[in-house]
Design a protein around this ligand. Structure first.
Ligand SMILES: C[S@@+](CC[C@H](N)C(=O)[O-])C[C@H]1O[C@@H](n2cnc3c(N)ncnc32)[C@H](O)[C@@H]1O
Length: 280
């Protein structure tokens, strides 16, 4: 597996995605509304952004978290210490006995897994009868991921798509189908919207071009002129809000500067996230 594909740097991941992941995670866990004191499995825990949220909100009896990336797990261990047992693992072949957990959860992972059906079946297997298997993912085909402007701009420049391997599985209907095939009952889904806001263009650029994930790797390998072209594309594309504001007062009769400028409000689009709760 390509390491850059797997988001190997926990700190960079935090800037790119962790903060949005936690924001969605809070809403997702409120909706899930499972009792305290359960045994949780967090599949594809990455740097522990969501794991931290679930520990804070759900007072679990125990949390086990897996991810294929050693580097991400190192960051997660630093973040959470002994509050969770972290180990290397693959969603398609969970290293646990049948019925070992009350809840199995997969946050922002399903579209990266080569065989999503296998991953769903594995989650269903390791959850006890009457337990919960749940997931959420950006609506990638519907433009819901915070990295969508990057995807669209790169594609408009004729560059290879860097979207996750299985974008279609992020659709609400596809998720329902996935869990039905895994033999689960009481399938429920909802859409969550969060505001994704950057203080200015540079913050958007800096956090989306960190050397992590497929787009970070691609951008790092671009020539200086191609990077400049991408910046210009993104500046045009992002919905920055122009706001009129008063300049500093002056006694001079000539204007000292423009009275219209970019105000630090950036991408105010609402992002869509498909969610699924299932009960076996
Ligand atoms: C976007 S990150 C999500 C991390 C974390 N769950 C969160 O919400 O912030 C996607 C994660 O999926 C992991 N991943 C990719 N393929 C996987 C697989 N086959 N099995 C388990 N995890 C996988 C990556 O290593 C990465 O940490």
């Amino acid at each position: 597996m390509d390491k850059a594909e797997l988001f190997t740097d926990g700190e960079a991941y935090e800037r790119l995605m962790g903060r949005w992941s936690r924001l969605v995670g809070e809403m997702f866990l409120d909706w899930l509304d499972v009792p305290n004191g359960l045994r949780w499995l967090d599949v594809g825990c990455g740097n522990g952004a969501f794991t931290e949220e679930l520990i804070a909100r759900c007072a679990p009896a125990a949390v086990t978290a897996i991810d294929p990336s050693d580097e991400q797990l190192a960051y997660a261990r630093m973040r959470l210490g002994a509050k969770s047992a972290f180990r290397v693992g693959d969603a398609q072949k969970l290293p646990f006995a049948d019925g070992s957990f009350d809840v199995a959860i997969m946050a922002l992972v399903i579209s990266f897994v080569p065989d999503p059906n296998k991953a769903a079946a594995e989650m269903a297997r390791v959850v006890r009868p009457g337990g919960w298997a749940a997931t959420y993912m950006w609506d990638i085909t519907g433009g819901g991921t915070p990295t969508d402007p990057i995807y669209v701009s790169l594609e408009s420049m004729g560059m290879t798509s860097v979207r996750p391997a299985n974008p279609v599985v992020s659709r609400r209907e596809a998720m329902e189908d996935l869990w039905e095939k895994a033999g689960l009952e009481s399938i429920d889904t909802r859409v969550i919207r969060i505001p994704v806001v950057y203080s200015d263009f540079d913050e958007f650029w800096d956090s989306n071009t960190v050397l992590i994930g497929p787009q970070g790797k691609l951008i790092a390998g671009m020539s200086a002129s191609a990077r400049e072209q991408l910046r210009a594309e993104l500046r045009d594309r992002l919905p920055f809000i122009r706001k009129r504001c008063k300049g500093p007062s002056t006694r001079s009769s000539t204007l000292t500067g423009p009275n219209v400028r970019y105000w630090p409000i950036a991408d105010m689009r609402q992002h869509r996230t498909c969610l699924l709760l299932t009960q076996s």
